[in-house]
Design a protein around this ligand. Structure first.
Ligand SMILES: CC(C)(COP(=O)(O)OP(=O)(O)OC[C@H]1O[C@@H](n2cnc3c(N)ncnc32)[C@H](O)[C@@H]1OP(=O)(O)O)[C@@H](O)C(=O)NCCC(=O)NCCS
Length: 181
């Protein structure tokens, strides 16, 4: 899906949010790995990332052309500093009304409103794509993310006490949330 919007952040700076495309492959690959090293809240570790930058470029190209998937990038001072996207839960009739959301922002750029701006942009894309529901999962201790999602209307619908098994802290409870669109 195509998307473009400029937002003024809490600190007065501008961010340009747009869909990623083929030419962003290397940078998005790097951001994905860095953000997966900076916290223990993601689903995977950077050493488990099995795709190469060329495959990332292809993935972004396909997303840009897709009618119901997108991978957005947030640009501050000319640099991509965050990524967020939506994808369908499945293609079958019974689940194709549901989309999944994911987001990662470089730690240096947290707390400026980028998370909110990227999440709102993904909600807009999910509505435009015709989904009825946007879903996510989040580690119970990820207060910043939980606060962000609640502030945008996501509600909890369940928890898995041993949802993730962290290399650092052992089991992590995972919270499931949804937003009716
Ligand atoms: C979660 C994440 C996307 C939030 O991004 P961000 O740019 O810091 O978010 P924002 O600046 O838009 O702030 C979001 C909300 O969190 C709140 N917040 C900030 N710090 C907080 C803290 N320590 N505890 C609780 N809430 C906090 C803010 O007040 C804001 O709410 P408000 O706008 O209603 O005031 C970002 O921290 C991130 O990428 N983390 C690592 C990856 C990750 O956890 N992804 C989510 C997996 S589900």
């Amino acid at each position: 899906m195509k998307y473009e919007q400029t937002i003024i952040l809490n600190n007065g700076k501008e961010t340009f949010i747009r869909n990623g495309d083929e030419s962003d492959g290397n940078v998005v690959f790097e951001i994905f790995n860095r953000t997966h090293e900076e916290t223990d809240y993601q689903l995977s570790y950077s050493d488990e990332n099995s795709i190469e930058p060329e495959q990332e470029a292809q993935f972004l190209k396909e997303k840009a052309l897709s009618p119901n998937e997108t991978e957005l990038v947030a640009i501050v001072d000319g640099k991509i500093v965050g990524i967020a996207g939506i994808e369908p839960v499945g293609k079958k009739y019974k689940v194709k009304h549901r989309a999944e959301f994911g987001i990662s922002i470089l730690k240096d750029y947290w707390g400026q409103g980028l998370g909110k701006a990227l999440t709102k942009a993904c909600i807009q894309c999910a509505r435009a794509a015709g989904y009825d529901q946007l879903e996510l999962s989040v580690v119970a201790g990820n207060d910043r993310a939980l606060s962000l999602y609640r502030s945008l209307g996501f509600v909890e619908f369940g928890r898995n006490p041993r949802g993730f098994n962290s290399r650092i802290s052992g089991y992590q409870e995972v919270v499931y949330m949804l937003l009716e669109l």
